[in-house]
Write a protein that binds this ligand. Structure first.
Ligand code: ATP
Ligand code: MG
Length: 429
């Protein structure tokens, strides 16, 4: 016997019970995005590798060790499975001149790929919902993003989730801070770990972000970026905070929040929960004013954020959020050749009237079919046997809450069912 093949490690099948929850979540998210005027955009899963190197930065975890990159065997092109959506979205916006004229509020969702060590809340194929606002320079759009998130957590009934906020300033301010930071870290060189020493000169901000507990005291005392922010950066940061205060949104300023991607400036934020263990960041984002120009577009400011769908759904379930299993309105039982033919006519007629119908296929006894009907969760079974078929009639049997079985002409089926469903809903309300 041959081995049954397995999915790639860290890449998950999402089976029907879970996929139904995903779809309900996606419906809710789509309504939420529309209510803020965001429009969908869909980008390819594969992009030229240089896009991510340029956008995310050569000395980042993602580009250094997490990308699924390969050479196209047919033409030698260097390609990468997208590890995130911002770079692709900005590439698409530039390529199609979407920013000529008005600014854009965009969103996308779908799988992202990172070669990380799989564990709870960390996968090699995972899903993000990303939001990007391009062409806006004020603090109002940064605040809108945060307010949006708050509303979504509310819609989902999530409570244990907190906001961390920081400002990374401008690239000049970061450069001045960087000089001071490199000097400081160099003075503590002996105490750093290997990663820290390696990144000291290439990406010192990331050294600050280390998770190594032994290094925390050194990092706490390091020069703070906030001491290097100029007036404009402060005004922007305070503008964001003012709107958050007006809206009554609590937040904590975390001076060491720097984000793992190089393109951010000014506002950065993360939404964090303690309920998911080590993988507690469910949403992260910020401003990236330099990225559009860096990728060859006409300079324009921009900001965005991305949510980790797996982590959010885990938190949703953790918080008691439960999806209602969608059931059909009708399970259509049919036994016999004539009955089978009438069943197709009846089922299609019902669907034309807007009912969802699960038609029994594959034959079998009435008894076994009725078992399936019960299991389907449908409130009604419509039953067709050959004697019903001979006179163009069907039987309707309520499956929940009692009620009489009745026989009606197939042409009156939709109307009768509509009345019965209405009565059932009235009773349940
Ligand atoms: P982390 O610090 O957890 O690695 P990150 O800073 O690399 O996160 P981002 O690139 O900002 O993550 O992606 C935004 C969100 O996508 C994260 O906050 C998280 O919810 C989710 N995410 C990122 N990587 C993964 C992954 N490998 N598996 C599942 N979700 C992920
Ligand atoms: Mg990461």
């Amino acid at each position: 016997m041959t081995h049954a093949l397995q999915a790639v490690r860290g890449m998950n099948d999402i089976l029907p019970d879970t996929a139904e929850i995903w779809e309900q979540f996606e419906d809710l998210v789509r309504d939420w995005l529309r209510s803020y005027g965001y429009r969908p955009i869909r980008m390819p899963l594969v992009e030229p590798t240089p896009l991510f190197k340029r956008a995310i930065g050569e000395v980042t975890d993602i580009v250094e060790k997490e990308m699924y990159s390969f050479e196209d065997a047919l033409n030698g092109e260097h390609l990468t499975l997208r590890p995130e959506g911002t770079a692709s979205c900005v590439r698409a916006v530039i390529q199609h001149s979407l920013l000529h004229g008005a600014p854009q509020r965009l969103y996308y969702h779908g799988p992202m790929f990172r070669h990380e060590r799989p564990q709870k809340g960390r996968y090699r194929q995972f899903h993000q919902i990303g939001v990007e606002s391009l062409g806006f320079d004020g603090p109002d759009i940064d605040a809108e993003h945060i307010l949006m998130c708050t509303r979504l957590w509310d819609d989902l009934g999530l409570t244990d989730i907190r906001l961390e906020l920081n400002s990374l300033g401008s690239s000049e301010e970061r450069a001045a801070h960087r000089c001071a930071l490199v000097a400081y870290l160099d003075a503590h060189r002996d105490q750093l770990d290997e990663d820290g020493r390696r990144r000291l000169h290439t990406n010192p901000l990331r050294v600050l972000d280390t998770k190594n507990p032994l290094l925390q005291p050194i990092m706490e005392a390091a020069p703070r970026l906030s001491d290097y922010l100029g007036d404009e950066s402060w005004a922007h940061f305070e503008g964001v905070q003012q709107i958050l205060k007006d809206a009554g949104i609590p937040y904590r300023i975390n001076h060491r929040l720097v984000r793992g991607l190089d393109y951010y400036n000014r506002t950065v934020f993360e939404w964090v929960t303690d309920r998911l263990g080590a993988q507690g960041t469910v949403c992260a984002g910020g401003r990236y004013d330099g990225l559009i120009a860096q990728l060859g577009g006409k300079p324009a400011p921009a900001a965005g954020f991305a949510m980790g769908v797996e982590r959010l759904l885990a938190l949703w379930q953790e918080s008691g959020g439960e999806a209602v299993r969608p059931a059909p309105d009708v399970y259509l039982v049919n036994a016999g050749i004539e009955a089978g033919r009438l069943a197709f006519r009846a089922a299609e007629a019902l669907r034309s009237h807007g009912f969802s119908v699960l038609q029994h296929c594959g034959g079998g006894s009435f008894k076994s079919q009725m078992k399936r009907a019960d299991g389907s969760g449908a409130p009604f079974a419509v039953i067709i046997g050959d004697d019903e078929a001979a006179v163009g009639e069907v039987s309707i049997k309520p499956l929940r809450g009692g009620g009489e079985q009745r026989r009606v002409a197939v042409d009156a089926l939709a109307e009768t069912l509509a009345e019965l469903l209405y009565l059932t809903e009235e009773r349940e309300a």
